[in-house]
Design a protein around this ligand. Structure first.
Ligand SMILES: NC(=O)C1=CN([C@@H]2O[C@H](COP(=O)(O)OP(=O)(O)OC[C@H]3O[C@@H](n4cnc5c(N)ncnc54)[C@H](O)[C@@H]3O)[C@@H](O)[C@H]2O)C=CC1
Ligand SMILES: CC(=O)C(=O)O
Ligand SMILES: [Mg+2]
Length: 605
C-alpha cells in the first residue's frame, strides 16, 4: 500500500499535490526497443512496465509476468534499504555509509525515475549519502567503487578533440553542467579524477531540489593530472598518471571545454565546483562575462554564509541594520572564505551607505599562517584586499593565532572555511563565551564532517548554550538537558545553487551577475520566520529544499528580468516574465520543476 504516512511526512506541498495529480503524465518518446530499454535507466521501469507497453516496446517475456506498481517498487526499495540498515548495525560508520551509497547508486544505475522519487521523498535522510559527507568518502574510494561511468571525462589527452567529443553525450539538450578538475574536493584535497563524485552528487541535488530534468544534466571531470602522490602510485587509479597541468597549458584545456559546451548547448549553465583557489578565481574572472557560469564555492557559499550571518543578527533580536556593527572572524582564506568576505563587505557597504573600504573594518581574516595583515610576506593577491593594516589591530600582530584573535576581538561570529577538522578547539570555543554578542555564532562550515572546525556537541559544551551553530555537513541537534535543544543548522551552498541554476535557466539569461546572486542570498536570508530565528534556526529544514529553491529561483529570475538579461525560456518570453508578480514567478518556477513519475513510453524509429 502507498502509505498516507509518507504523504504526511513530506513538508513539500507541491510534491504532495503532484503525487496525487500526476496520474496522467505526458508521453515520452523512446528510440529503442526491448532489452535496450531495460538497460537504459532513463526509460527503465523494471517490473513496472504495463502489459500494453511491454507489447508495444518488445518487452513481453523479458520481465516476470506480474506488473508491480510504482508505489510497490518504492516500498520494496525502502524495505531493502531498511534491511540494510538493520544488517549493518554495529559496523564501522564508513562501512555503513558506503553500503548505503552503493544501494542507492545501484538504483540510480538501473531506474532513474524510482531513484529520484526516493531521493526527493527522503531528501533529509539521503542527502548525507549522495552528498556531503558520504560523497567525500566515495570520491576517496572512487577507483575501487567504480562500476560504470556517469557523466563525461575530458582529459589533457583530449586536447583538440573536445569539440567533437562533446557530441558523444547522448542527450540532445543539456541545461545544467557541474564541472570539476578534482583539485580541491571538499576539505580532502586533490583527488584527481576521483572527484567526479562531486559533480554527480551536486547534480543529484539539482534534480531533487530544483527539479532539473535528469535527462538534461551533465557531470563533468576535467582530468589534467593530479599532484596526489598516493593516487599517482595507486595501480587502480583511473585518471591520468601525470602531475597537474599548470599555467597556459591548464587554461587552454578549460577554454577548449567551455567553447565545446557553448558550441553544442549555448544555453547550458556551467557550475564550477571544487577547483583549487587559484583556478577557482582565475576561471571565474575569465569566463563570467562570456559564458553562463558561476563558481559555487566562491559565490554559492558566500550567499549562504551571508544569509546565515544576517540571521544571527536577527537571532540577537537586533535589526538587520546592526549587521554593520558585527565583528566577524573568518578562518580560511581560500575560495570559500574570500568569497564570503567579499559578499559580506558589499552587504555592509550597501546597508550603511559607506564605502567598501570602510566596511572592511569589522572583518578579520585568518589563514594557515594566522591573521592576515598587510605586513605579510608574499601576501596572496586574492587575500590582499582583506588584509588588516597593523595600525587598525591594536594588540594583534601579523600571523596572530585564532585564539589570540578571538580573545582580542571577541567576535559576534566565528566562521570556519579552512578545511581543517577541529581547529575550533576547546580553548577557542571557550574564548567565544567572551563574545560581545548575546548569541555568539559559530559556523564550522568545512566539509566533510571530519573536516568541520568543531562538532556541534563541542560547540554547545564549550561555547555555551546560547550560541547559534551551523556546520557545512549535517550534525544532529544537541540535547542540552531539561528539554532544551541546541539547534544545528546546515550552512551549505545546497540551499542556493539549485535556485541559482533553475532561476537562471528559466530566465534565459546568458550570464549570471552579482545582482542575481545577491537576490538569491537575500531571499534565503528572509526565508525564515522570526520565531524560528529567535530559536537559533537560521536555515529551513532540508526537507523543504524544493520550496526554498522555488523562492530562490524566482528571486534570481526576477533579478535577471530587472537587469534586462532575461531572454525567456521555452514558450515564455521576456515580456511575459516581466509581467509576472513575485508570487506568479514562484509558481512559474515550481511548475517547471521536473517530478519523477513513469511516463507512457512511445517508440519512434
Ligand atoms: N559549507 C559549504 O557550503 C562550503 C564549505 N566549503 C568548505 O570550505 C573548506 C575550504 O574550501 P576552500 O576555501 O575552497 O579551500 P581552499 O583550499 O581554497 O582554502 C583553505 C584555506 O584554509 C586555510 N587554512 C589551512 N589550514 C589552516 C589552519 N590551520 N588555520 C587557519 N586557516 C587554515 C588555508 O590557508 C586557505 O586559505 C573546505 O573544507 C570545503 O569543503 C567550501 C565551499 C562551500
Ligand atoms: C559544499 C561544498 O561545495 C564544498 O564543501 O566544497
Ligand atoms: Mg564545493
Amino acid at each position: 500500500m502507498w502509505k498516507l504516512a509518507r504523504f504526511a511526512a513530506s513538508s513539500n506541498n507541491l510534491a504532495r499535490s503532484r503525487r496525487f495529480s500526476a496520474a496522467i503524465p505526458g508521453p515520452c518518446i523512446v528510440h529503442k526497443r526491448g532489452a535496450d530499454i531495460l538497460h537504459d535507466p532513463w526509460f527503465n521501469k523494471d517490473t513496472g512496465f504495463p502489459l500494453t507497453e511491454r507489447d508495444r516496446l518488445g518487452l513481453r517475456g523479458l520481465l516476470p509476468p506480474r506488473v508491480i506498481s510504482f508505489e510497490q517498487q518504492y516500498d520494496r526499495f525502502m524495505n531493502s534499504f531498511r534491511s540494510l540498515e538493520n544488517n549493518t548495525q554495529g559496523q564501522p560508520d564508513k562501512v555503513v555509509s558506503l553500503a548505503k551509497w552503493r544501494i542507492l547508486n545501484r538504483l540510480h544505475d538501473r531506474n532513474e525515475t524510482l531513484y529520484y522519487r526516493v531521493l526527493i521523498d527522503n531528501i533529509k535522510e539521503f542527502a548525507p549519502i549522495i552528498y556531503t559527507p558520504t560523497v567525500g568518502l566515495v570520491c576517496q574510494n572512487y577507483s575501487g567503487l567504480f562500476r560504470r561511468p556517469r557523466g563525461m571525462y575530458f582529459s589533457a589527452k583530449d586536447k583538440g578533440e573536445m569539440m567533437s567529443m562533446i557530441y558523444n553525450w547522448p542527450a540532445h539538450e543539456v541545461d545544467m553542467i557541474v564541472l570539476t578538475d578534482g583539485s580541491r574536493i571538499l576539505g580532502l584535497g586533490d583527488l584527481g579524477v576521483q572527484g567526479i563524485g562531486i559533480p554527480i552528487g551536486k547534480l543529484d541535488v539539482y534534480v531533487a531540489a530544483a527539479g532539473i530534468n535528469p535527462q538534461r544534466i551533465l557531470p563533468v571531470m576535467l582530468d589534467v593530472g593530479t599532484n596526489n602522490q598516493k593516487l599517482l602510485e595507486d595501480r587502480l587509479y583511473l585518471g591520468l598518471r601525470q602531475p597537474r597541468l599548470e599555467g597556459e597549458e591548464y587554461l587552454s584545456i578549460v577554454d577548449e571545454f567551455m567553447e565545446a559546451v557553448h558550441a553544442r548547448w549555448p544555453k547550458a549553465i556551467v557550475q564550477f565546483e571544487d577547483f583549487q583557489m587559484k583556478w577557482a578565481f582565475e576561471t571565474l574572472e575569465r569566463y563570467h562575462k562570456r559564458f553562463c557560469m558561476f563558481n559555487d564555492d566562491i559565490q554559492g557559499t558566500a550567499g549562504v554564509a551571508l544569509a546565515g550571518l544576517l540571521g544571527t543578527v536577527r537571532a540577537q533580536g537586533r535589526p538587520l541594520t546592526d549587521f554593520v556593527n558585527q565583528k566577524i572572524v573568518v578562518v580560511g582564506a581560500g575560495s570559500a572564505g574570500l568569497g564570503v568576505l567579499k559578499m559580506a563587505i558589499q552587504a555592509v557597504a550597501r546597508i550603511s551607505g559607506c564605502s567598501e573600504l570602510a566596511a572592511k573594518s569589522q572583518f578579520y581574516l585568518i589563514d594557515k599562517d594566522g591573521l592576515v595583515t598587510t605586513e605579510r610576506n608574499n601576501l596572496d593577491p586574492a587575500a590582499a584586499p582583506f588584509a588588516k593594516n597593523p595600525r587598525d589591530i591594536e594588540g594583534l600582530t601579523e600571523g596572530a593565532s585564532i585564539i589570540e584573535v578571538v580573545k582580542k576581538v571577541k567576535p559576534h561570529s566565528l566562521l570556519g572555511l579552512s578545511g581543517v577538522g577541529g581547529i575550533f578547539n576547546e580553548e577557542v570555543l571557550k574564548a567565544m563565551r567572551e563574545s560581545v554578542s548575546t548569541k555568539p555564532a559559530i559556523f564550522a562550515m568545512s566539509n566533510p564532517t571530519m573536516n568541520a572546525e568543531c562538532t556541534a556537541i563541542d560547540a554547545f559544551n564549550h561555547a555555551g548554550e546560547n550560541i547559534v551553530f551551523a556546520s557545512g555537513s549535517p550534525f544532529e541537534n544537541v540535547d542540552l538537558g531539561n528539554g532544551k535543544v541546541g539547534h544545528v543548522n546546515q550552512a551549505n551552498n545546497m540551499y542556493l545553487f539549485p535556485g541559482i541554476g533553475l532561476g537562471t535557466l528559466l530566465s534565459g539569461a546568458h550570464l549570471i551577475t552579482d545582482g542575481m546572486l545577491q537576490a538569491a542570498s537575500e531571499c534565503l536570508a528572509s526565508y525564515m520566520a522570526e520565531e524560528d530565528i529567535l530559536k537559533g534556526i537560521l536555515y529551513p529544514s532540508v526537507n523543504s529544499i524544493r520550496d526554498v529553491t522555488a523562492e530562490v529561483g524566482a528571486a534570481v529570475l526576477r533579478a535577471a528580468v530587472e537587469e534586462e538579461l532575461a531572454e525567456g525560456h521555452g514558450d515564455v518570453g521576456p515580456k511575459e516574465l516581466s509581467h509576472m508578480s513575485k508570487d506568479e514567478t514562484v509558481e512559474y518556477v515550481r511548475r517547471n520543476m521536473w517530478y519523477p513519475v513513469y511516463s507512457p513510453l512511445v517508440h519512434e524509429k
